[in-house]
Write a protein that binds this ligand. Structure first.
Ligand code: F6R
Length: 243
């Protein structure tokens, strides 16, 4: 596991964008696994900047996103498809037909999950998977559970996740209660993983996930078993790590 510590959010974002840029330069037709949430916004901004400066070309890149709220269409400004368009896809030369997000409007959870796993397989798997981390250790929407889930599936969101995500909605009742997410097995099959965290509120969970026991009660702890993980945090998020 490689650990990089940026001074603050800005520096964390710059380091993360450097790593993603290197992936795109070294393998222009790579498959990027992407995440939403507040953590990667600065990273996407940097990638857009580099594209505009002429240093990055996304024309052959394919992307697969980690998750999507069940019941939201891509036009809904709270959907993760909308987030990706707004923060990255609308500003770079990626072919939107090769950007995949689980189909939030598919009511049949088994069908939506099966189809998403087929897509990931058909594009050859993920080269670099970007991850944020929830306060309870979730990655994607893989919430603490009794066992690790393999493939894409539909989850009931934990109360703490609904609480954390209500800041993006007008009212708490508007936060969807279910989501489709790649499974832990899918995430672990990515050839490289890039985990980001920023802020003191993530310090405790970062320390538990990276140095505590590997358990489905802290889903991100499974990353200790992956052989190519890079963690980029700011000083605040690394403040409880005991080196
Ligand atoms: C988002 C995702 C989530 C977030 C996590 C952290 O696609 O899969 O696991 O990465 O909830 O969210 P932020 O970055 O908002 O703290």
């Amino acid at each position: 596991m490689k650990l990089y510590c940026g001074k603050d959010y800005k520096e964390m974002s710059r380091i993360a964008a450097n790593i993603i840029s290197a992936q795109v330069v070294l393998k222009p037709d790579c498959v990027l696994g992407l995440a939403t949430g507040s953590t990667p916004v600065g990273t996407y901004e940097k990638l857009v900047e580099r594209y505009k400066e002429g240093d990055l070309d996304f024309s052959q890149v394919t992307s697969v996103n980690l998750d999507e709220y069940k019941g939201l269409s891509g036009d809904n400004d709270q959907s993760y498809r909308y987030f990706m368009n707004k923060n990255l896809f609308d500003h770079v030369n990626i072919d939107k037909n090769r950007t995949y997000v689980p189909d939030g409007l598919e009511p049949d959870s088994d069908k939506a999950s099966r189809e998403y796993d087929e897509i990931i397989e058909s594009v050859g798997g993920v080269d670099l998977q970007l991850l944020g981390i929830g306060h309870n250790g979730h990655i994607g929407f893989n919430e603490p559970a009794d066992e690790f889930c393999r493939g894409t599936h539909c989850v009931d969101l934990a109360a703490s996740t609904i609480e954390a995500n209500k800041r993006f909605f007008e009212k708490e009742e508007d936060v969807p209660r279910q989501a489709y997410t790649m499974g832990i097995g899918t995430i672990m099959r990515a050839r490289k993983i890039l985990l980001l965290a920023s802020g003191e509120d993530k310090a405790e969970i970062i320390a538990r996930a990276l140095t505590g026991p590997v358990t489905p009660k802290v889903p991100a702890s499974i990353l200790q078993f992956h052989n190519d993980v890079t963690v980029v945090c700011d000083e605040a998020a690394f403040s409880k790590m005991k080196f």
